[in-house]
Design a protein around this ligand. Structure first.
Ligand code: 5GP
Length: 190
């Protein structure tokens, strides 16, 4: 809650890996301090430059499963070979600040969040084309060929569910996509 006792707005952003959703949202977090990220937990190893507690809470499978048993997750999924999940207490703390909190999560997680927070605003980020998506994933160089192909398959399945979201934005030009997503986040729900 902020000084007026108002809880922050919850925004859920999904899009296939390589759609550029993290890049778009990172620009928005820099632009507006009233929009903040929720930090998920994951068992996947950190990529180059990723920081524990900033990009993710990186943890072992044992710790993640222990937290599942303790009912600490608002939602969690297995994505590829790893677990990803939203920790309830850290999200609630952030919403209490009255700021807009953004969850960047997969489509299955988005469905589960909506059950608990039906007023959450949902946005789907699309890559301009399938070949551009593959190019972006290859440029990351953090994937093995098998895991890259798995991500591409998952991506194609996720894109089919774009209609479940309130808004869809195509990320063909970063600057324009940032502006569109920012305007959607700031707009009144409609
Ligand atoms: P990446 O490994 O590329 O960081 O993330 C892989 C996928 O997991 C992305 O689609 C990302 O949005 C999703 N993801 C990240 N954190 C969470 C989470 O807490 N819950 C769910 N359901 N998905 C997540």
């Amino acid at each position: 809650m902020n000084n007026n006792g108002k809880m922050g707005q919850l925004v859920v952003v999904s899009g296939p890996s390589g759609s550029g959703k993290d890049t778009i949202l990172n620009e928005i977090f820099k632009m507006d301090p009233d929009i903040i990220p929720s930090v998920s937990a994951t068992t996947r190893p950190p990529r180059k430059g990723e920081i524990n507690g900033v990009n993710y809470y990186f943890m072992s499978v044992e710790e993640f499963e222990e937290r599942i048993k303790r009912d600490e997750f608002l939602e969690y999924v297995q994505y590829g070979d790893n677990y990803y999940g939203t920790l309830k207490p850290q999200l609630e703390e952030k919403l209490k600040t009255g700021k807009t909190v953004v969850l960047i999560i997969d489509v299955r997680g988005a469905v589960n969040v909506r059950k608990v927070y039906p007023t959450a605003k949902t946005i789907f980020i699309l890559p301009p084309t399938e070949s551009e998506l593959e190019k972006r994933l290859r440029c990351r160089e953090s994937e093995t060929e098998t895991s890259l192909l798995k991500r591409l398959e998952v991506a194609k399945d996720e894109i089919k569910r774009v209609n479940e979201y309130d808004y869809a934005v195509v990320n063909d030009e970063l600057e324009k996509a940032v502006e569109k997503v920012y305007n959607i986040i700031k707009s009144d729900n409609c």
